[in-house]
Design a protein around this ligand. Structure first.
Ligand code: CO
Length: 294
């Protein structure tokens, strides 16, 4: 067993996204354009909206990547050009493989738009290898009750992708991906096997924890890029703000050229131009709205 230590710590910056909501974004950030295969990590909120204040991301396309939405607080209504629609509630996860192209909208629920409320969650973009970029879109949505939970003394993990504490995720990924949401009390000490060919990171979004045998502390809003090894060790910090909250993400790097422009992530500029053309000419479809909504 070889424990991964922290190679580098990056602090998230604040950024406006969509129609103007604020995210904490550790990736991409200056000097860190991606953590292959992860293209983007956005923490939405937490923010408390007043009535009429909540904004989202109205109709927009994606091509060449997957978007993962993990709602912790609030409600997000989504619709897409493939006919999927629904409301994500706390604990629900949506794993959308945009692949060749999809148009979707991601909005706070009408209730939150009207009455206000707390919104907190994550959106993560996973890159697709060249061989899968132009395949059919796919959509997976799992309600909170269907997300497997692993437990150890002082620790709890939502296993969204991959495996931890003997629990295996129900979401199927096209490339090997680990996505785990950890809650660690002070003194909790857990290890997770992450194969040596994966690139791994830990993003802390509450409290602080120690990573690796060296126990480098990682605080709220910080991302730790982990070095070589086959095991990740996480420890809750005694005396710290508890519980600590963190995402553990890992995947096998694609090591392919990345050309990105807004919501399109391809391998070459030419493919980006083609993506913009295909979207403008309606080849990624549109969202069919059958009834006017108030
Ligand atoms: Co989107």
């Amino acid at each position: 067993m070889s424990i991964r230590e922290t190679d580098r710590i990056v602090t998230a910056h604040r950024q406006h996204e969509g129609a103007g909501f604020i995210v904490r974004r550790p990736v991409p950030t200056q000097g860190l354009p991606l953590v292959d295969p992860f293209l983007l990590l956005d923490e939405m909120g937490p923010i408390d909206y007043g009535p009429g204040e909540a904004v989202g991301a109205p109709d927009h396309p994606h091509r060449g990547c997957e978007t993962v939405t993990d709602i912790l607080d609030g409600e997000c209504e989504h619709e897409d050009s493939a006919g999927h629609r629904g409301t994500l509630r706390p604990g629900d996860v949506q794993w959308m493989t945009a692949a060749a192209g999809i148009v979707h909208s991601e909005m706070p629920s009408r209730k939150i738009q009207a009455d206000g409320g707390r919104v907190h969650g994550f959106q993560i973009w996973v890159n697709l290898p060249a061989r899968l970029k132009m395949t059919r879109p796919r959509y997976q949505e799992v309600a909170a009750a269907g997300i497997p939970i692993g437990e150890a003394p002082g620790a709890r993990v939502k296993v969204i992708a991959g495996e931890a504490l003997g629990v295996r995720a129900v979401i199927d990924t096209l490339t090997p991906i680990v996505y785990q949401d950890w809650t660690l009390d002070a003194g909790a000490d857990v290890t997770v096997a992450i194969p040596g060919d994966h690139q791994a990171l830990v993003y802390v979004f509450g409290g602080a924890l120690r990573v690796g045998d060296q126990g480098k502390p990682v605080g709220d809003g910080q991302l730790a890029l982990l070095g070589a090894g086959d095991t990740v060790r996480l420890r809750g910090v005694p005396g710290g703000e508890t519980p600590a909250r963190a995402l553990l993400l890992a995947g096998v790097p694609l090591r392919e050229p990345v050309a990105r422009y807004g919501p399109f992530v391809m391998n070459s500029e030419q493919e980006i131009i083609q993506a913009a053309r295909d979207f403008q000419s309606g080849r990624m479809g549109e969202i069919t709205r059958t009834a006017a909504v108030g």
